[in-house]
Ligand binder design. Structure first.
Ligand SMILES: Cc1cc2nc3c(=O)[nH]c(=O)nc-3n(C[C@H](O)[C@H](O)[C@H](O)COP(=O)(O)O)c2cc1C
Length: 220
């Protein structure tokens, strides 16, 4: 079986990446022989959907597939065949990162049939989304982040399956807060959360991976 974690953070060793790695460990705890891979979306150049509609041409040879030839193409070809996918993104200005949104467009759009009767045949694998942010849980609800994330997940639910999700709040953003203008944050409090809450977040990410693996088993 094959599972992918898609990292929408430009940072390859920080909050989102660590949580995604844990979720893959969770998958491995269910399927020790499964192949797992993390894809870092900031490692290569790519664009979102270019609205070429090759994926929707009548009798088109690329019907139901993204025709854009770039570094994302071979990755997309693998990911759409996966048994489970975990998408992780930091919150940037109240949304997922730009690269994650571009990935989502290319991941979903070829499978959206512009038809009342026809559908595009494709794999409907279980999905999970991990969101990391500076905001506290309370503020995140006040600002309405959860509604926005529901929005991000709406298309995924329609095309693939309703994602599981994990929200991780008040993340530790810098190795050394004293080197940055950052007095909006209480470094001591953040450090304490890093030591006490983040290990629990990692456990939750592990459990999320297990859930996806179990869903994949039922799906098989
Ligand atoms: C450009 C930018 C915009 C951000 N916007 C928000 C935001 O709107 N709300 C929030 O809670 N955190 C925001 N953050 C903080 C990140 O979401 C948070 O630090 C996240 O955990 C970083 O993930 P990473 O460590 O995996 O890179 C922003 C960070 C950056 C760099």
């Amino acid at each position: 079986m094959k599972f992918f974690a898609i990292n929408g953070s430009p940072r390859k060793n920080c909050n989102t990446a660590q949580l995604l790695d844990k979720s893959l460990e969770g998958i491995k705890s269910v399927f020790p022989d499964a192949s797992t891979e993390r894809i870092d979306l900031y490692d290569f150049p790519f664009h979102g959907c270019r609205s070429c509609f090759a994926c929707k041409r009548v009798n088109g040879k690329h019907y139901g597939r993204c025709v854009q030839k770039d570094d994302l193409k071979p990755i997309l070809d693998k990911v759409v065949q996966a048994d489970g996918v975990i998408l992780g993104s930091p919150i940037y200005f109240s949304d997922v990162t730009g690269n994650m949104r571009c990935f989502e467009e290319r991941f979903m759009f070829p499978f959206v049939a512009y038809s009342k009767t026809e559908t595009v045949d494709h794999k409907k694998m279980p999905l999970a989304c991990i969101y990391t942010m500076n905001a506290s849980e309370e503020i995140s609800y006040q600002i309405g982040y959860h509604d926005l994330h529901d929005h991000f997940e709406m298309g995924l639910s329609m095309v693939f399956s309703k994602p599981e999700h994990l929200y991780v709040y008040e993340t530790y953003q810098f190795k050394d807060y004293s080197r940055y203008v950052s007095d909006a944050f209480d470094e001591k409090e953040r450090k304490l959360l890093r030591e006490t809450q983040f290990p629990k977040d990692l456990e939750n990410a592990f459990d999320l991976g297990r859930k996806i693996a179990i869903r994949a088993k039922q799906h098989d």
